[in-house]
Design a protein around this ligand. Sequence first.
Ligand SMILES: NC(=O)C1=CN([C@@H]2O[C@H](COP(=O)(O)OP(=O)(O)OC[C@H]3O[C@@H](n4cnc5c(N)ncnc54)[C@H](OP(=O)(O)O)[C@@H]3O)[C@@H](O)[C@H]2O)C=CC1
Ligand SMILES: O=C(CO)COP(=O)(O)O
Length: 331
Amino acid sequence: MKVTVLGAGAWGTAFGQVLADAGNDVTMWAKEPDIVDAIEGSHRNPVRLPSVERLPDAMRATGDRGEAMRSADVVVVAIAAQFARVALEPFRSLVPDDAVVVSLMKGIERGTDKRMDEVVRETLGLPEDRFVAISGPNLSREIADRQPAATVVACADMDVARKVARACTTDYFRAFVSSDVIGVEMCGSLKNVVALAVGMVRGAGFGENTAAMVETRGLAELASLGSAAGADARTFSGLAGVGDLIATCGSSLSRNYTFGANLGKGMSVDEATRVSNGVAEGVPTTAAVVGLGRRLGVETPLASAMDRVLREGISCSQMLSALFGEDIVEE
Ligand SMILES: NC(=O)C1=CN([C@@H]2O[C@H](COP(=O)(O)OP(=O)(O)OC[C@H]3O[C@@H](n4cnc5c(N)ncnc54)[C@H](OP(=O)(O)O)[C@@H]3O)[C@@H](O)[C@H]2O)C=CC1
Ligand SMILES: O=C(CO)COP(=O)(O)O
């Protein structure tokens, strides 16, 4: 198939390599001319994925939107979530009528509190059977090294999910299918907020018990909010839910975990942003999760506590106190 990836960041590029390894012709679209030139000219992305010495020959790049979209069967969106709407707007009239659009993004739009399935479908004018969400424990650096990994490919139309899953299956990358787009989106977005908090307690020097407590309460919050949004509860215990929480909350390869760890060590939000190696989606998504919780009538103690960390600069101990009220409650 002909696949176009919008956004040559760390994950867009690593996933482009998966698609090329699976036998597709892959075109990367990037707005930065330096990145386009590097991929096209020397098969490298030294800015976003320097660990890969040479990207597959089946991967090329362009900065031209029309050329990127020409006869694409599948369009993959891998842009920082808060910029998805503005970046996709110029593509609205260019996406081929029968192309499937896949989102790799893990975030909720600040201001509208919308998931990426909502943002992408709204911006490109797509019916639900042409939208696919992909999410799972997929740290880009490990997948770029071709370490074994799996993901969840979700679409309202299971035949479309299977078609996309086949297109990204290799001997090291395995795709499971699901029809629970909302669940997969909620898991991918909320685990980033949990990873910020787990990273923060680790950075502050706390051990396994504290990290497990925060991660487990984060999973409970993700499940309550996800269910209220219409997700299938089974998704939370799968790869996109628990699987991604384990990977993200336990790895310094995660930008969200590392951002949180830097806060825990005493950096300000500005300092942690400056040293972040790519987008930490949990940062803008935290406020959106609080907004979504308010709208859906679901309490979000972890996101609310992290929101205070990010806006008011409260300490790790204050964040942990804010996480639990005074009352004894059922788990
Ligand atoms: N990295 C990972 O391990 C994984 C990431 N994800 C998700 O994938 C998404 C992308 O992540 P990742 O590739 O790692 O992020 P990076 O920080 O590496 O790259 C961000 C990408 O967004 C692009 N971008 C930002 N603003 C704009 C804009 N206004 N117009 C067009 N493009 C823009 C950047 O383009 P430019 O470089 O030209 O500025 C870049 O391609 C995120 O939602 C992330 O949560 C999901 C699974 C794994
Ligand atoms: O989503 C990811 C792993 O599944 C990547 O996490 P970060 O965005 O925190 O790096």
